[in-house]
Design a protein around this ligand. Structure first.
Ligand code: HEC
Length: 183
């Protein structure tokens, strides 16, 4: 009889132990520091669905403000992360990704000789959507969040300064760079 009691008590203790471990483990999971910009990433992905021209989410600095302080040289360095897949020289080849000469304000999914994914073609809305500064800023934050199913295998640039510097560099890689945004 008493051995049953002991077994019961043992089982109960065991259960409590397991429950505690689970709760400690999940505590650890949920309290682990979330990536700093998580909220932005989601906001960025939702913004275009909310109607394209809608104002950027409050937490995000306007790209115009960021570009005003951007450093083209620093952007050129960041472009090294892209260069495995993209060439940004005039007349340069398509690589894993399309050539990016003149990409700022270029219609999305429009570079000659490049086979875009169906997702990117959908995102271009038949070529009516362009790579505006804002679109680039959102896309480069987390490519797969803005264009679900894109073939671009790049996680994204979480730092807004990095994106602004890079976009400033890409902006210069054009025959006649479009005017920088003012608001
Ligand atoms: C691992 C390869 C890879 C890397 C790294 C990469 N890209 Fe791409 N990129 C692609 C591919 C592939 C596509 C075409 C995507 C599609 O069709 O869905 C693409 C598409 C694009 C487009 C759309 C171009 C158009 O003509 O519509 C832009 C803009 C772009 N990439 C910018 C960048 C920038 C800037 C970086 C660096 C921060 C970068 N990519 C890093 C592979 C890559």
């Amino acid at each position: 009889m008493s051995s049953y009691v002991n077994m019961g008590a043992g089982a109960l203790l065991g259960t409590i132990f397991v429950l505690m471990s689970v709760s400690i483990a999940s505590e650890g999971l949920f309290h682990s520091p979330a990536p700093e910009k998580e909220g932005y990433v989601i906001a960025a992905a939702e913004a275009p669905a909310a109607g394209g021209g809608a104002a950027a989410p409050a937490a995000e600095k306007p790209i115009a403000e960021l570009l005003a302080k951007a450093d083209v040289k620093a952007g050129e360095t960041i472009f090294k992360k892209c260069a495995a897949c993209h060439n940004a020289e005039k007349g340069g080849p398509n690589k894993v990704g399309p050539n990016l000469w003149g990409v700022v304000d270029r219609p999305i999914a429009s570079h000659e000789g490049f086979a875009y994914s169906a997702s990117m073609k959908d995102f271009s809305k038949g070529g009516s959507e362009h790579w505006t500064f804002e679109n680039l800023n959102h896309f480069l934050t987390a490519p797969k969040k803005l264009v679900t199913g894109t073939a671009m295998g790049f996680a994204g640039l979480p730092k807004e300064e990095d994106r602004a510097n890079l976009i400033a560099y890409l902006h210069n890689q054009a025959d006649s760079p479009v005017p920088l945004p003012t608001n």
